[in-house]
Design a protein around this ligand. Sequence first.
Ligand SMILES: Cc1cc2nc3c(=O)[nH]c(=O)nc-3n(C[C@H](O)[C@H](O)[C@H](O)COP(=O)(O)O)c2cc1C
Length: 161
Amino acid sequence: MTQAFDKLVALLDYPMFVVTTRRGDEPAGCLVGFASQVSIHPARFLAGLSKRNHTYRVADGASHLAVHLIERRHCELARLFGGETGDEVDKFARCAWHSGPHGLPILDDAAGWFAGAVLSRYDLGDHVGFLLEPLTGNAPDGFEQLVTFSDVCDLDPGHEA
Ligand SMILES: Cc1cc2nc3c(=O)[nH]c(=O)nc-3n(C[C@H](O)[C@H](O)[C@H](O)COP(=O)(O)O)c2cc1C
């Protein structure tokens, strides 16, 4: 059964997100595939952060997260956030960003983003689910091709899950 599940999910080509947050002066962010809207009324979104990630440790003490969608022409941005860890490099020195709502780091080259309040955290196994209430953001009229799993599945993650 596990084999079938592993095979099935490996065939999916879901959109990738960059999730950022900040605790005090410390910004953090990583590439996230385990993320989805989970309710319409009220609007809710769940983002899964690996317990090993620098981003998780910062998010553990944060009240808000920002969720970004990245177009394929900016795939390098997604690769930066998935291939490097904030434990070793300052990813935010390598990309353009500004301070947004609640002091959240907002990536200038994102195609769209929203900021959400962390309502609760769920221990899911090797990841923790952050349940978000979307508060504000920026949405274009449409997207070009977004970065999806197949664009980044060759990447060596900054941290193993
Ligand atoms: C295809 C792919 C999917 C990933 N999905 C997630 C995810 O859903 N949640 C997560 O926390 N990390 C995920 N990662 C791993 C992190 O993005 C990666 O380990 C990152 O370097 C961690 O950075 P940090 O230590 O600065 O937080 C994924 C990486 C790749 C390549």
